[in-house]
Design a protein around this ligand. Structure first.
Ligand code: UN1
Length: 491
């Protein structure tokens, strides 16, 4: 966008390094725009370079010994303090989130509430960061393990969950005693900055958490390559994640990457069809389909495919697309022009490959939505399992209905993709449901519940190309952020 169109007084947000809010070394900035109305400028953020990343890493190194020396319950208390601040500011944080990311205010509030839960949960982990004691082969020997932090970790977070994902990486990283460099996605950095402010206000010592904004290709690359960074946790695209994994593990660092999904809902003939429609809409359309857990394939048993599709299309026709700040809105915009082009590109590919467009299919150009990146909720029917719309992650409100002969074919189609994040089945048959849980290649399995959603107290992550490294969330989250030391004590 031309600079001339920008209001002159927009807010400038800074990096947070060694406890100070600072400009980037080169003084460059980039704009953060509202995807529902690109005339609404949220502000300018630092377009940091590799030197800025180096400063942030150095600050984190400097703070490492002091932070590690604080007791784990003490670190937990700080997280609990941050949770109270986020709770207090929930309304403002959520408004900023909707303004920069586009999801509805109700979704933004729920996501911010989730961040509160995450900080509270991991605050408690400060009192549970346990190792084990085991019997020794030898007499008069105490044999036990302790968890130690990795040192400096880098967290690279996506725009689609701008508060929950920074929270679910920050909280276990910090309670485990690591110091952190956080780099949020450039499309939605304000929300992450608000979380950093909450942790600052809660009294986190200088240098324990450093925040820098800028391009993934520059700042992200330095965080992945720098030998002082012991671990990198990344959530985002498949392509970027694979590159980060290769770079970090290639130099002996630890990498955890959460990437794409192509998540199915299987609908068997005995399913409660209204429920099946409900959870398909929830999974495919809410948050504009921009979740790695989004439902993008409805794999439906032939006998009920017609009835399921009729009910689905009736519901899709009622979906209200608009600015997420408007109370009636159910689906907001896509994040930016490039995402809009990608989604429209897949819709065109689906048409060309012979799938039948049953709803939506285009950008919404009626004013005032022409000021943002709005696309119609889209449904394809007569989709074949090998079409690109049934194989590749679209990251938009596009659902493909694939008819299958029965349970066996449903499982085979469900597993016929590279990804394995989340999968759901709708059935009343407990044996089928349990067989699905056994045979589906997915890290998250849902029975009569949508593919989306993640409770903090259980592990989150996928199989196949969806994830590398150990799981996030739940007690196992600290496995990534700690290393185990085994101690033999002879007395
Ligand atoms: C959810 O489904 O609520 O980036 C969580 C993502 C996932 C988080 C999904 N890592 O979409």
């Amino acid at each position: 966008m031309a600079l001339g169109l920008m209001p002159m007084s927009e807010e400038v947000y800074r990096n947070f390094i060694a406890g100070e809010w600072v400009d980037s070394a080169a003084g460059e900035t980039f704009f953060n725009l509202n995807p529902a109305d690109t005339g609404d400028v949220i502000g300018r953020f630092q377009d940091s370079n590799r030197a800025d990343a180096g400063h942030a890493i150095a600050a984190a190194r400097e703070a490492a010994a002091g932070w590690r020396a604080l007791s784990a319950p003490g670190r937990g208390r700080l997280l609990a303090g941050a949770a109270r601040i986020i709770e207090r500011d929930l309304g403002l944080i959520a408004q900023g989130l909707t303004r920069e990311e586009g999801k509805t205010l109700a979704e933004a509030k729920a996501e911010t509430a989730r961040a509160v839960q995450i900080f509270d949960y991991f605050a408690g982990e400060g009192r549970r960061l346990s190792g084990e004691t085991t019997p020794s082969e030898f007499g008069r020997t105490l044999l036990y393990t302790v968890r130690e932090p990795l040192g400096v970790v880098a967290l690279i977070t996506p725009w689609n969950f701008p508060v929950a994902i920074p929270a679910w990486k920050l909280a276990p990283a910090l309670v485990s005693g690591n110091t952190v460099v956080l780099k949020p996605a450039s499309a939605a950095p304000l929300t992450a900055l608000n979380i950093v402010r909450a942790l600052e206000e809660a009294g986190l010592p200088a240098g324990v958490l450093n925040f820098i904004t800028g391009s993934g290709a520059v700042v992200g690359a330095e965080l992945a390559a720098n030998a002082a960074v012991a671990g990198v946790s990344f959530t985002g695209s498949d392509t970027v994640g694979s590159g980060i994994y290769a770079c970090v593990s290639g130099r002996g660092g630890k990498a955890q990457c959460e990437m794409g999904g192509k998540n199915p809902v299987i609908v068997l003939e005995d399913a409660d069809l209204d429920k099946a429609v409900d959870l398909s809409i929830n999974g495919a359309m809410w948050s504009t389909g921009q979740k790695c857990t989004a439902t993008s394939r409805a794999i439906v048993q032939q006998d009920v495919a017609g009835e399921f599709t009729d009910r689905l299309l009736k519901r899709v026709a009622t979906i209200k697309v608009g600015n997420g700040m408007d109370p009636g809105t159910q689906v907001g915009p896509l994040i930016d022009k490039s995402q809009l082009d990608t989604v429209i590109g897949y819709i065109d590919a689906g048409r060309q490959e012979g799938a039948k467009l049953a709803a939506g299919g285009g950008r919404i150009t009626a004013a005032p939505l022409d000021r943002g990146f709005f696309v119609e909720p889209t449904v394809f029917v007569d989709v074949k399992a090998d079409m690109s719309i049934a194989q590749e992650e679209i990251f938009g409100p596009v659902l493909s209905v694939i008819a299958v002969s029965g349970f066996e074919e449903a499982i085979q189609v469900a597993n016929s993709v590279r990804f394995g994040l989340s999968a759901s089945i709708c059935t009343r048959d407990i044996s089928r449901a349990m067989e699905f849980a056994d045979r589906i290649e997915a890290g998250l399995v849902h029975i009569n519940s949508p593919t989306v959603g993640a409770e903090v107290q259980v592990p989150f992550g996928g199989m196949k190309a969806s994830s590398t490294g150990t799981r996030e969330q739940g007690r196992v989250a600290v496995d990534f952020y700690t290393q185990i030391k085994t101690v033999y004590l002879e007395y």
